[in-house]
Design a protein around this ligand. Structure first.
Ligand code: SAH
Length: 230
């Protein structure tokens, strides 16, 4: 998979995309991430990318020209499955959407800033708009990092134990059961007996019962409408 992220503040993306699982995925060649600095496409000597919004509202808006140039520079070089804009009014990111994005070959993620981007770019060049939740961030970079992290870990070969993504929350419409490690007794706080039994069938039954109980208690909405996470 190749991901091109267009950003006015590329430094914000540096650390989240250079460590741990994403770093390993990049090192193994399972994902290529390129960060495009929107200022490189800015206008004039000052590389201007923003301007006052029409209509008198306070706040700057990212201009259409640099966005158009940055996006078409990429789309003229290869086909993209999705040209994504991170936006609070987009489709809310879910495990189901991550699953579907993880099968793409090439993706562009455009990060907004200030009051947002000129709406004509959204109408004509953006194919998908994604929100990471019902709150407003200062810029799309953290949202882009969340999208990258949640989809890259689903690419086959990225996680060392491939089944581990499948047993995570939401994959089967349920929250994950609790997990424990050694010591079995920590200051008198004990690990559930069944996990020490060595009986895989009993352990699996316990984990399934825990997943259902936790989902019913913490996220009953998932049981009522499993389509929510599709
Ligand atoms: N005026 C806009 C918010 C702009 S916030 C509005 O009220 O809808 C600046 C940028 O941050 C946005 O252009 C978008 O790219 C990003 N952003 C903010 N909140 C976000 C969210 N919940 N999910 C994804 N991106 C978000």
């Amino acid at each position: 998979m190749r991901i091109d992220i267009i950003s006015a503040v590329p430094d914000l993306l540096e650390s989240p995309l250079s460590h741990s699982i994403i770093k390993r995925a990049r090192d193994k060649g399972l994902v290529e991430i390129h960060v495009v600095n929107l200022h490189d496409y800015g206008k004039g000597n000052y590389k201007q990318i923003d301007d006052y919004g029409f209509g008198g509202d306070a706040g700057m808006v990212i201009k259409p020209e640099p966005l158009y140039k940055a996006i078409t520079d990429l789309t003229s070089q290869r086909d993209y499955d999705h040209v994504i804009y991170t936006s609070p009014d987009g489709e809310v990111l879910s495990q189901g959407l991550c699953n579907s994005l993880s099968t793409a070959r090439n993706i562009i993620i455009l990060c907004g800033h200030y009051k947002g981007i000129d709406h004509r770019i959204r109408e004509h060049l953006i194919t998908k708009e994604i929100s990471i939740g019902s709150y407003v961030l200062s810029g799309g970079e953290l949202a882009a990092a969340v999208i990258c992290d949640s989809i890259i870990r689903l690419i086959p070969g990225v996680l060392t134990d491939e089944t581990s993504a499948l047993s995570d929350s939401f994959q089967d419409g349920l929250l994950a059961p609790p997990v424990y490690t050694r010591p079995a007794d920590f200051m008198g706080w004990k690990v559930p007996e069944v996990l020490l039994s060595g009986n895989p069938r009993l352990i699996q039954q316990w984990q399934e019962a825990q997943a259902v109980e936790r989902t019913r208690r913490l996220r009953p909405d998932l049981l009522e409408d499993p389509e929510d996470i599709k």
